[in-house]
Design a protein around this ligand. Structure first.
Ligand SMILES: Nc1ncnc2c1ncn2[C@@H]1O[C@H](COP(=O)(O)OP(=O)(O)OP(=O)(O)O)[C@@H](O)[C@H]1O
Ligand SMILES: [Mg+2]
Length: 256
């Protein structure tokens, strides 16, 4: 099956006064239509930088991102707008992703209005989305600071899927949540993915969560993808020493 999203040799180095920090080094991978792909690795290995490169939020030093076989030029506003109608990103800190003085309902409506939906249709769909995300129509009237972290993350997911993206990139979306809420958000994502058949790129330092959601996992270390394969193989037969340590540490911790 041809790739929906393809990253080819993406690299990004951050420079400070005295140091060069290669955050993403020559990373290549693809996401197939409808696939749930995981990206796991320790804190600081470059996962969020890679997500930002895929969204054009951080410019790559080299390499390309292609969508539907077309290489993207993030400087082209029309191409960018079309890309963002098909690829959405949800961050760890959902509260910060919402405008503090806009109601949750109007924030959820915004992408739909930007992409040509009428106000009445956007309003109706935002209520349906809140319900689908396990919230209530009353949440539409609230402001971000009036929602819990889990509710905010549900609202962020509702907003991201409002324009029916073909790929949803989730960057540590459960990291700030308690275990029960983490499980609920995972169930929500799995339900929405099954309903919409969208692709997922699920990014987390926690490989136990990644393997619950994803069929295939990429392992990142120091900016490089060091191993990739079916989730079951990565968990039960890791090839790289680093992956073995990541898996052992994660599952030992879970058992405690
Ligand atoms: N804008 C920036 N300027 C300078 N250095 C940066 C910048 N963004 C990230 N870095 C550095 O790049 C490296 C990778 O950071 P990144 O946020 O991509 O890691 P991560 O894998 O997402 O970590 P975490 O699991 O903690 O979210 C880190 O060493 C970080 O300090
Ligand atoms: Mg990160």
């Amino acid at each position: 099956m041809s790739a929906l999203l393809e990253a080819a040799s993406l690299s990004k180095t951050f420079f400070s006064e005295h140091n060069a920090l290669p955050a993403v080094c020559n990373v290549s991978f693809s996401v197939a239509p409808g696939e749930c792909l995981g990206l796991a690795g320790a804190s600081g290995c470059g996962k969020s930088t890679l997500a930002r490169l895929l969204m054009g939020l951080t410019p790559a030093d080299s390499g390309t991102v292609s969508f539907n076989g077309q290489p993207l030029d993030f400087a082209d506003a029309a191409l960018r707008k079309n890309y963002y109608s098909q690829v959405q990103l949800v961050f760890q800190n959902a509260a910060a992703a919402f405008h503090p003085r806009k109601s949750i309902g109007s924030s959820i409506m915004l992408p739909m209005l930007n992409y040509g939906c009428t106000k009445a249709a956007a309003q109706e769909r935002s209520i349906a989305l809140l319900l689908a995300a396990g919230l209530t129509p009353q949440h539409a009237e609230k402001f971000p600071h009036q929602l819990s972290g889990g509710e905010c993350q549900r609202a962020a997911i509702a907003r991201a899927i409002s324009i029916k993206p073909r790929l949803l990139i989730c960057d540590e979306i459960t990291s700030a949540l308690d275990v029960q809420t983490q499980a609920e958000i995972i169930q929500l994502l799995l339900k929405l993915q099954a309903e919409t058949k969208m692709s997922l790129l699920f990014i987390s330092h926690d490989i136990t969560i990644v393997q619950e959601i994803c069929q295939r996992i990429l392992i990142m270390q120091s900016g490089t993808i060091i191993e990739s394969g079916p989730a079951l193989d990565i968990i039960t037969r890791p090839q790289q020493h680093y992956t073995r340590e990541l898996v052992t540490a994660a599952f030992n911790l879970t058992k405690i």
